[in-house]
Design a protein around this ligand. Structure first.
Ligand code: C5P
Length: 236
């Protein structure tokens, strides 16, 4: 039977955030941002292992506690996200047909429900797929002067999120088949092999913390979720 393994690239510096530490270690409601991400993945019963890929010179991870039984740490991060994922995959030591769920560390508001939906909807899918959101807003194309040059039909446009879930063998093959610099997500590498990943509806809360304004929103989402958990435990 195939295993489900989560792989979390967390070797970025988060320069767009302009913080004094890499964004995965910013404190959100008293815990590092990365902790929220890893604990959600570890809470999914189908996932047997969560591997976080850190930069070789990461000085932050060991300053915190990570009491997650499924967690494995490897320090083989690369110069780009794609390189970090490729290196992490090599360290996973898994079977060709095991499923790998690659998830951005910076998407810390991922819900367990969304991961379970991804796994369930892809059960019988040979290629795999990704969480994504149908585009709700009208989309404009800009020219060099930032004036509108066109309105782009949006009916078949989706915004890619993570996790992106593929068979380990196919993912290794896809990442080896094109220059790492051209790979912005795992799905695009599979597409370059002529395969067609499935889009599974994600949710708007699963955004990537990128700019300073994102921090307050992520904290509010995580706090609301915690409150909801406490109310349901209390039978409220
Ligand atoms: O920079 P950005 O937010 O797009 O990065 C997406 C994810 O890729 C983050 O979780 C980040 O830590 C990771 N990353 C990485 N290695 C890099 C660059 C980014 O693991 N060299």
């Amino acid at each position: 039977m195939s295993s489900y393994l989560a792989l979390v690239p967390a070797a970025g510096s988060g320069s767009r955030l302009g913080a004094t530490r890499p964004k995965q270690y910013l404190q959100l409601n008293g815990k590092p941002l990365l902790w929220h991400t890893l604990s959600t993945l570890a809470a999914v019963p189908a996932i047997s292992q969560v591997t976080v890929v850190l930069a070789a010179d990461d000085l932050w991870f060991d300053r915190f506690d990570w009491p997650l039984a499924k967690l494995r740490v490897c320090r083989v991060g690369g110069a780009s996200r794609a390189e970090t994922v490729r290196n992490g995959l090599q360290a996973l030591n898994c079977g060709e047909r095991d499923w790998v769920l690659v998830h951005d560390a910076a998407r810390c508001c991922l819900s367990q429900t969304a991961v379970e939906r991804l796994i369930t909807e892809l059960t019988d899918n040979e290629v795999g797929g990704l969480l994504a959101l149908p585009v709700a807003d009208t989309v404009k194309r800009a020219d060099a002067a930032r004036c509108v040059s066109a309105t782009v039909p949006r009916s078949d446009l989706w915004l890619a999120q993570t996790p992106q879930m593929f068979r380990a063998g196919k993912l290794v093959q896809a990442l080896a088949s094109m220059p790492l610099a051209d790979i912005t997500d795992e799905a695009s590498a599979l597409e370059a092999l002529g395969l067609r990943p499935q889009l599974v509806e994600g949710d708007a809360q699963n955004f990537k913390v990128t700019y300073p304004r994102d921090i307050a929103l992520a904290e509010a989402i995580l706090a609301a979720r915690k409150d909801a958990d406490v109310s349901s435990w209390a039978g409220l």
